[in-house]
Design a binder for this molecule. Structure first.
Ligand code: HEM
Ligand code: NAG
Ligand code: NAG
Ligand code: NAG
Ligand code: NAG
Ligand code: NAG
Ligand code: NAG
Ligand code: NAG
Length: 320
């Protein structure tokens, strides 16, 4: 009887120990690669710097890549998986097709990391670090990225279609979309400040420049000259008309002047209760930077669903 109890007790201890180890493994930590790949962070930083030096827009593209990864089943590099004849990934989902960029940069960084410490650094962590390094490189705030994400073995085009908000969204749709990821209204308004860098296609702002009433008239007319009612779908325009390659708070200044490029941008300053937050960020860069960094940490820790199997991909474009 006593022996039997001891066996039962040992089983419980082993189970407890196992669950502790599993939890520890699931927890992200800034020092995750400290012993297994001490150069990981500097390799990512150098790769990002090189890519931005070659093409400034890349910084914006890498920031957006992280957002579009995290909003679909968590930050798990699902967006990096290529389509194959037998597999449909997220790259051709409506918000991503002909729009999301930066894949080659991630490939190059991953190749350097595989040389330095094979099979150690996840693609999802590279994307999270590259987003932070891009913002810092372009003059924005820094934050500590916790690491240890696993790469997905699957992707979901349908979830990418529905989870990433379109630029036609109204304020309540934006709030709902971010709330579904555990992000607050304040997080949403701060993260939208990402549109202080980068470019958008005519097709993303056509409705706004022809149909919206809350737009500066001369701003709308100028844009109508390059973005006709039909055609020129891919013509690019700065999301922040003033400083598209600097991470600053001028995005919010533009909103105060009804010069938000996207319908969804101007929704943040159109007579609702979030107007006050836009005004605050427009007046106080420090406040914007602090809230942005906090929100980025929260976004970059959106978890994949429980039970999803992860791995460290060798090639970010396909499962091992
Ligand atoms: C609030 C809801 C959001 C909507 C509706 C939205 C929508 C868009 C659209 C339509 C574009 C232009 C895409 C194109 O025409 O190809 C864009 C670009 C961009 N978005 Fe957002 N976005 C949102 C939030 C965010 C967030 C949270 C981030 C980052 C944390 C972000 C970062 C960017 C960046 C950096 C670009 C420029 C990318 C480049 O030049 O390659 N956006 N966004
Ligand atoms: C440099 O930027 C151009 C676009 O301006 C791109 O086509 C090319 O692949 C980039 N090369 C590297 C090495 O990043
Ligand atoms: C994605 O874009 C390509 C090139 O413009 C187009 O041929 C294809 O039909 C698009 N895919 C989807 C799913 O919309
Ligand atoms: C997602 O969007 C693409 C492009 O608009 C479309 O072709 C596809 O049917 C949509 N739905 C799913 C489930 O992929
Ligand atoms: C906002 O958009 C959603 C989804 O398109 C729609 O159902 C809702 O009626 C809109 N709300 C307002 C206040 O216009
Ligand atoms: C503007 O609104 C009208 C009426 O709702 C619609 O038919 C048209 O397609 C819209 N134009 C654009 C460019 O979105
Ligand atoms: C912005 O607010 C005005 C006035 O409250 C309203 O008429 C309009 O429908 C709202 N949205 C847009 C895009 O103009
Ligand atoms: C298309 O865009 C170019 C600028 O990239 C502009 O010069 C041209 O006028 C536009 N075409 C139309 C029909 O608006």
């Amino acid at each position: 009887m006593a022996t039997h109890d001891m066996v039962g007790f040992s089983v419980v201890v082993v189970l407890l120990a196992t669950s502790v180890i599993t939890t520890a493994r699931c927890k992200l930590s800034p020092s995750h690669y400290q012993s297994t790949c001490p150069k990981a962070l500097s390799i990512v930083r150098a790769g990002v710097a090189k890519a931005i030096k070659n093409e400034t827009r890349t910084g914006a593209s890498l920031l957006r890549l992280h957002f579009h990864d995290c909003f679909v089943n968590g930050c798990d590099a699902s967006i990096l998986l290529d389509d194959t004849p037998s597999f449909v990934g997220e790259k051709t989902a409506a918000p991503n097709n002909n729009s999301v960029r930066g894949f080659e940069v991630i490939d190059r960084i991953k190749a350097s990391l595989e040389k330095e410490c094979p099979g150690v650094v996840s693609c999802a962590d590279i994307v999270a670090l590259a987003a932070r390094d891009s913002v810092v490189h372009l003059g924005g705030p820094s934050w500590t990225v916790s690491l240890g994400r696993k790469d997905s073995i699957t992707a979901s085009r349908s979830l990418a279609n529905t989870s990433i908000p379109p630029p036609t969204s109204n304020l309540s749709a934006l709030i709902t979309s971010f709330a579904a990821q555990g992000l607050s209204v304040k997080n949403m308004v701060a993260l939208s400040g990402s549109h202080t860098i980068g470019l958008a296609r005519c097709t993303s702002f056509r409705g706004r420049i022809y149909n919206d009433s809350n737009i500066d008239t001369s701003f709308a007319h100028k844009l109508q000259k390059i973005c006709p009612k039909i055609g020129n779908d891919s013509v690019l325009q700065r999301l922040d008309i003033q400083t598209p390659t600097f991470f600053d708070n001028l995005y919010y200044h533009n909103l105060l002047q009804k010069k938000g490029l996207l319908h969804s941008d101007q929704e943040l300053f159109n007579g609702s209760s979030v107007d006050s937050l836009v005004k605050k960020y427009a007046c106080d860069t420090g406040k914007f930077f602090r809230d942005f960094a906090k929100a980025m940490i929260k976004m970059s820790e959106i978890k994949p669903p429980k039970g999803s199997n992860g791995q460290i991909r060798k090639n970010c474009r396909k499962v091992n």
